[in-house]
Design a protein around this ligand. Structure first.
Ligand SMILES: [Zn+2]
Length: 551
């Protein structure tokens, strides 16, 4: 298990949060621009009665993070665990595969070329941190820009706190390699206060358990504490396309290679809707080089891991690694999902792969194409033709396959067609981090957090305008804080937290470029809540009729 955790002593370092006066005075009303019925119903959960008790009961460092060096001995300091403690730790022995390590975007160099250059307020001490992990910027972001109200509604499925929220695992990733696992919150305000306190550079979302995750140790070796629900998730990362993209590699992306994500979203989204009947699917930019899907329908949330695995298999078409050889071997006649996927993908293949990436221009890469084709005579003839025409484009080479096959005459056309279909799929079909889909317990980076390396916000992607989404145009934390600053500069600079005039002016985010993304999120959440209300109503009616409802 790649993740390490802490010794029992280190896990149990309960601490009482000492809220600073500033925090306690903060009264945020982030959703007051255009109140809806849900907003009104939500009003009471925003009340804070007492400082929250924070129990960093489960702490483990990220597998890829540098060893954290204890800096503080204060009672409420987060517990920091050195990487070297890995071997002695058995925190996760209850659960297999609970790590969230798949999305190692987090570990990418913070000095990559696309690091956002957010302005750091002059009060920032010491060297300038990357915008995405700058505490001054994070404080403003969480207090004024994060869509807390809709976030709560999204996870809670109801206006009042339910076990869906209360028993949900959150993990908070702090600057310096400290991770608080198994955090949970009885109300939105407790979550919000904890986030304001720790200013995590990343929040991850885990499953809903049968009981409070903070109490999990009291249930050790018992089935009483187990994960029962989680959105069905998908994770696509451009590093899995390094053998087919030529424009960028590793953590780098551009609009050309982003098209692989676009086509993946198209293929998965339509299949989830048409083949599985899901409706509440949210796609979220991961902040650097990929996208996540959150399928939030009740039926999807309640899938057990066997069914998740079956679903993952359904979408596992490109198999093995880069050096595996032929990675797509699908049965004929093509499954309707694959036939539909090919229809979607073939246009992208011609423009976004052959033209934009030109993956076979070099001889060694063209060799890979030859290995995917049937008929030794065909392969030999193509090889000779391409050797004779060095630098021939991938589009021309793709066209050569049919023309050369025709001139040979003996190539089986059915075999050739199927091989070409497999090539299209190998170069375009979604490549998934399958564990994210298969395991309820797998944590996934939350929407609307800021990528620490790029400073970009993990915003929802509008599937009605997929072609219009440019990851490099996504708002950055630095840019957003500057927008707030500019908006209030007439009044003497950036508004301080707790000014108390949010009511008069509306939420800060409404005057920044994050607004369309939060509006989209709000629309998504409202659609989900409508269905949840309907479910509750029908269930109640059935129960009153004495029938019960088997969901
Ligand atoms: Zn690129």
């Amino acid at each position: 298990m790649p993740h390490s955790s802490s010794t029992p002593e280190q896990q149990e370092a309960p601490a009482r949060t000492q809220l600073t006066p500033t925090m306690e005075d903060t009264t945020l009303n982030l959703g007051n621009g255009g109140l809806t019925d849900e907003d009104l119903l939500m009003a009471d959960v925003d009340e804070v009665e007492s400082p929250p008790v924070v129990t960093p009961a489960a702490v483990e460092p990220p597998s890829s993070a540098p060893a954290a060096k204890p800096e503080s001995t204060e009672e409420d300091a987060p517990v920091e665990i050195k990487q070297e403690t890995k071997a002695e730790i058995r925190l996760e022995d209850l659960f297999e595969g609970m790590d969230s390590g798949s999305d190692d975007e987090f570990s990418g160099s913070k000095t990559d070329r696309d690091v956002a250059t957010g302005q750091v307020p002059p009060s920032s001490p010491g060297p300038v941190a990357p915008a995405g992990s700058n505490p001054d910027l994070l404080r403003v972001f969480y207090q004024l820009l994060f869509p807390w109200r809709y976030y709560f509604q999204w996870l809670n499925h109801s206006p009042q706190p339910t076990p869906d929220f209360k028993f949900r695992e959150f993990s908070l990733w702090l600057t310096g390699g400290v991770v608080f696992r198994f955090q949970s919150y009885a109300t939105l305000d407790l979550l919000r206060k904890d986030v304001f306190k720790h200013l995590p550079e990343r929040i991850e979302i885990g499953p809903i358990y049968t009981a409070n995750p903070r109490d999990r140790k009291t249930f050790r070796n018992s089935s009483a504490f187990r994960p029962i629900a989680k959105e069905l998730c998908f994770d696509i990362d451009l590093t899995d396309y390094d053998d087919v993209r030529t424009c960028c590699d590793k953590a780098n992306i551009c609009i050309k290679c982003w098209q692989f994500i676009t086509m993946a979203i198209k293929v998965l989204d339509v299949a989830l809707r048409e083949d599985f009947g899901y409706e509440h699917i949210m796609w979220v930019y991961s902040g650097r080089r990929g996208a996540h899907a959150w399928v939030c329908d009740r039926q999807a949330r309640n899938l057990d891991d066997h069914k998740r695995k079956a679903l993952g298999n359904y979408f596992s078409v490109v198999k093995g690694g880069e050096k595996t050889g032929k990675r797509v071997n699908v049965r004929r006649p093509l499954h309707p999902h694959l036939a539909r996927s090919l229809d979607i993908l073939k246009e992208h293949f011609l423009t976004d792969v052959l033209e934009a990436q030109d993956p076979w221009r070099e001889e060694d890469r063209a060799e890979k194409l030859l290995q995917l084709l049937p008929d030794i005579k065909l392969r030999q003839a193509l090889k000779e033709k391409w050797e004779f025409n060095p630098g021939r484009s991938s589009t021309a080479k793709w066209g050569d396959i049919d023309s050369v096959a025709k001139s040979i005459g003996s190539v089986n056309t059915k075999d050739l067609l199927e091989a070409k279909q497999d090539v299209v799929l190998e170069y375009t079909y979604p490549r998934l981090d399958i564990l994210v889909t298969e395991q309820k317990t797998h944590l996934l980076k939350s929407p609307f957090v800021v990528h620490p390396g790029t400073g970009r916000v993990c915003v929802p992607i509008d599937t009605n305008d997929l072609e219009g989404f440019d990851p490099l145009d996504v708002p950055t934390i630095g840019g957003l804080v500057n927008e707030i600053d500019a908006d209030t500069s007439g009044g003497g600079g950036m508004k301080k937290e707790g000014d108390g005039d949010e009511d008069k002016k509306g939420a800060e985010w409404e005057r920044t470029s994050i607004k369309p993304y939060i509006d989209q999120f709000r629309g998504f959440v409202h659609g989900l809540l409508r269905e949840e209300r309907e479910f509750v109503r029908v269930k109640r009616e059935r129960e009153e009729e004495g029938g019960g409802l088997d969901f």
